[in-house]
Write a protein that binds this ligand. Structure first.
Ligand code: LMR
Length: 397
């Protein structure tokens, strides 16, 4: 059965880790995958997470099966992060949240369920988007198209073209939107632009699917939820995938959630029953540890406070790295306007480097970036910044 199997290409993002790990150069730098490293080049274990884990180990909890939809306290905490504690969606029990295997797992459950609900829909993703969006929705059986998003000339959003395209889409189209810290470009919509997107979704009868993988990495937990809250206030039905991989530095624990906003408590109960079937036939129920830790942090006022401070420190360090990189590139003679490096938000910067230039960075310097020119600025630190700036400046000049 395997004789004719062809070798699949490496994953465009996670595949870089394999190549990076095999590279023996001590100067190598991994700016490929979206992972936050501290100034020592290490993935941090947050103090709030350590405290919650210590308390959990202390109680030696049994490891029975979780409910299919995961830990109730976790799902409740996710809704508060997304919609705000006082949201009418929560009070009216209109939103369904299920624990999922990271943001990717949430997207996949959502995609599989959407395929049951609206099998003929086309899914629209931004141009460009996270590479796995297309792969994942295609794997769920959807046709995937794009809407214009990035304006290479300004390093910002081509909003006019984006909105014009959304207004041409047939009713029932699924529109995948990055709620904040757009991946890969780091270019986000303004509040007023979000209002227009919400209005277009309403006017054209589109199905919004918001991907929220970086809440807290742009301005903070509350401001970064602005887009989700606008949809919540709109009365529309929509999907949200959440990830805590980055914000809790719990990548390998696969802690995420899928939230579906329905019209009523009754509708929510029926939707939950169906989503549970999707989960049960995929992986039965989610793992215990990561969700329990995140729930413990979010429900303890002290740990929540500590987590927000640690998240703010990550955000601040990324901003410093952006500033440091832009300054060093200018010092090295890059004439291009570099304000995009400091203006773009979240973990990534979209450098405009071609695939060939990215390849040169890898072969000559051991600097790994995504072939689209995306670099993870959260992997820069005080020791590799000059080295990276030297190499990038040579590529950019
Ligand atoms: C990324 O874009 O690098 C991250 O979201 C990690 C991933 O799963 O691709």
């Amino acid at each position: 059965i395997f004789a004719a199997v062809e070798m699949a290409p490496r994953d465009p993002i996670l595949g870089l880790n394999e190549a990076f790990n095999a590279d023996t150069r001590t100067t190598k730098v991994n700016l490929g995958v979206g992972v936050y490293f501290n100034d020592n080049g290490k993935i941090p274990l947050l103090g709030a997470v350590k405290a919650a884990e210590a308390a959990r180990l202390e109680t030696q909890p049994p490891r029975g099966y979780q409910p299919i939809d995961g830990l109730a306290a976790y799902n409740k905490a996710v809704q508060a992060l997304l919609f705000g504690q006082d949201s009418p969606l929560i009070a009216n029990a209109q939103a369904v949240t299920v624990q999922a295997l990271g943001g990717t797992g949430a997207l996949k459950i959502g995609a599989d369920y959407l395929k049951q609900l609206t099998p003929a829909s086309t899914v629209y993703i931004s141009d460009p988007s996270w590479e796995n969006h297309r792969a994942l929705f295609e794997a769920a059986g959807f046709k995937v198209e794009t809407y214009p998003y990035y304006d290479a000339a300004t390093g910002g959003v081509a909003f006019g073209a984006m909105l014009a395209k959304l207004k041409t889409l047939p009713a029932g189209s699924v529109v995948v939107l990055h709620a904040c810290c757009h991946n890969p470009t780091g270019a986000d919509l303004t509040d007023a632009q979000w209002d227009e997107v919400v209005a277009a979704c309403r006017e054209k009868g589109l199905i919004p699917f918001l991907d929220m993988a970086y809440q807290g990495f742009a301005e903070g937990i509350e401001p970064d939820a602005a887009a989700v809250r606008k949809f919540a206030a709109s009365g529309l039905q929509f999907f949200v995938s959440s990830s805590f991989s980055k914000s809790f530095s719990l990548y390998g624990e696969r802690v995420g959630a899928l939230t579906l906003v329905t019209d009523s408590k009754d509708e929510a109960a029926r939707v939950l029953s169906q989503v549970k079937r999707v989960i049960r036939t995929n992986y039965s129920n989610p793992p215990t540890h990561g969700g329990a830790v995140v729930a413990a942090v979010l429900t303890s006022p002290e740990l929540r406070q500590q987590w927000e401070e640690e998240l703010a420190a990550m955000r601040t360090r990324i901003r410093e790295m952006r500033k440091g990189l832009a300054e060093r590139l200018a010092e090295r003679g890059v004439k291009r306007d570099l304000s995009f490096v400091t203006n773009q938000r979240g973990m990534f910067s979209y450098t405009g480097l071609s695939a060939a230039q990215v390849e040169t960075l890898r072969t000559e310097y051991g600097i790994y970036a995504v072939s689209t020119g995306r670099i993870c600025v959260a992997a820069l630190n005080s020791r590799n910044l000059d080295y990276v700036a030297d190499a990038l400046a040579k590529a950019m000049i």
